[in-house]
Ligand binder design. Structure first.
Ligand code: ARG
Length: 457
């Protein structure tokens, strides 16, 4: 296969060197973006009179044909091509002949590759944003359907206070909203057009970079040709945003994995997301959730790999940077699969209402409510904390319940106790009496559900 740089050399590039340096087997994922970038570039070269209109039209026609083959999946990459850019250039030359040779004016693969990767990121970030939105919607639908369900909330994985299941679910929606915001914000820095920066110093040809910026849907034209070909911050930022989203998905999975255990038994997953055991016939394992949790370890790995790849590189382009792609593609494809699966999975969750209703009866869940009751009656917080602590200790020692203690008895612990304290000892009351903004109060959670439904329409 013709090289894009062969004429200066006497000898051939070594076979082992080829094997080690060629990238078409992975950068072919950029093919579509490479063609779109080249079409915009050729149009601009023609508009500015740098190449003849007829040649530009042959080039764009040829490239559009290649685009349709790529989209149909019929385009065949030559394994002997150095990279995706070389492959498409060679194919175009075969299709249209000499006019293809004019396409590379005022362009180097250094600005070409980073243009392709930026277009890839713009496209995939937008897809990820849409997928996060879809997942948020399925979580909100699940929350809406289970508005009345009360569950134990945990700190330190120790049962703490009761909360609405829908409140717990909306916590994920908040996390995902921040993730979405981060991706939206990243687009400002991703959607910058580097094309026309050439190898590193720009071009002496009268190119119109702003026209290419518009044609390709970039927000801005890059301001410094050296930074343009040297910069990979936008990949690090994308990977960092993916990593944080991965952290959130893994935490969601962990909650659900705990909840499907026979010890918790709060929910059941649809069979479509579980596997059995080859030895223990009774088992139903949440493998999909475990693999989503597990796959999220990839992202910080990729982020770390590329941070180290870029660290200490001199300006401007260095071939090291070719290695940015497997990590980027790997992370993007994995997060997309994870988001899609999670959206589906929420639709098939069955809540074990009977088990939960039983589980949230435990009096200890209401200890803070009793404490705040004493504060409302006039006790200091510290005094109330001590009072409730002593009662809990005695109940634990004696195996008794606060509900069974007489008011006379309770008054021995604190003069602030009155008969109405007994009204506090149900999970329904516990959530209803919460009144601070953002609390698990049912009316407030309902309002949040409505707010999210409207926002995610
Ligand atoms: N395949 C290369 C990459 O991905 C393209 C740029 C090569 N440029 C060069 N001057 N060798 O980074």
């Amino acid at each position: 296969m013709p090289r894009l740089w062969g004429s200066r050399f006497k000898g051939e590039f070594g076979e082992l060197s080829k094997k080690f340096t060629f990238s078409v087997h992975y950068d072919s994922k950029l093919a579509l973006y490479d063609c779109l970038g080249s079409i915009a570039h050729a149009e601009m070269l023609s508009e500015t009179g740098i190449i003849p209109k007829k040649d530009a039209s042959d080039i764009t026609k040829g490239l559009k044909k290649i685009v349709s083959e790529i989209e149909k999946g019929t385009y065949v990459f030559e394994p002997t091509s150095e990279d995706v850019h070389t492959d498409i250039q060679n194919r175009l030359k075969k299709m249209i002949g000499r006019p293809a040779d004019r396409l590379h004016a005022a362009r180097s693969r250094n600005d070409q590759v980073v243009t392709d990767v930026r277009l890839y990121c713009m496209d995939h970030i937008q897809a990820i944003i849409a997928m996060i939105r879809k997942l948020q919607r399925s979580i909100v639908t699940f929350a809406d359907k289970h508005q009345d369900v009360i569950i134990p909330g945990y700190t330190h994985l120790q049962a703490a206070q009761v909360v609405l299941l829908s409140h717990h679910m909306l916590a994920y929606v908040e996390m995902l909203e921040r993730d979405k915001d981060r991706f939206v914000d990243a687009l400002k820095r991703v959607a910058i057009n580097p094309l026309g920066s050439c190898a590193l110093s720009g071009s002496s040809l009268p190119i119109d970079r702003n026209s290419v910026t518009k044609k390709l849907g970039f927000l801005e034209t890059s301001a410094n040709s050296m930074d343009s070909v040297a910069d990979r911050d936008f990949i690090l930022e994308t990977l960092s945003d993916i990593s944080i989203t991965g952290v959130h998905l893994s935490r969601m999975c962990e909650d659900l994995i705990l909840w499907v255990t026979s010890e918790f038994n709060f929910i059941k997953l649809d069979d479509a997301f579980c596997t059995g055991s080859s030895i223990m016939p009774h088992k139903k394992n949440p493998d999909v959730l475990e693999l989503i949790r597990g796959s999220s370890s990839k992202f910080p790995g990729h982020l770390m790999e590329l941070t180290i790849l870029m660290k200490g590189l001199p300006l401007t382009y260095n071939r090291d940077m070719q290695l940015d792609k497997p990590a980027l593609f790997g992370s993007v494809e994995t997060i997309q699969a994870m988001l899609t699966l999670m959206s589906e999975l929420f639709g098939g969750i069955k809540v074990n209402r009977e088990r939960l209703a039983e589980r949230v009866k435990d009096e200890y869940f209401f200890s803070v409510d009793i404490l705040e009751y004493l504060v409302r009656k006039g006790a200091s917080y510290r005094e109330a904390h001590d009072t409730v602590g002593v009662i809990v200790k005695e109940c634990l020692d004696r195996g008794s319940k606060l509900a069974d203690m007489s008011i006379t008895n309770l008054k021995k612990y604190s003069m602030y106790f009155e008969t109405d304290v007994k009204n506090l000892l149900t999970p329904e009351i516990s959530v209803q009496i919460k009144r601070s903004v953002g609390s698990t109060n049912p009316a407030m959670v309902k309002a949040q559900i409505t707010r999210w439904k409207n926002r995610l329409k």
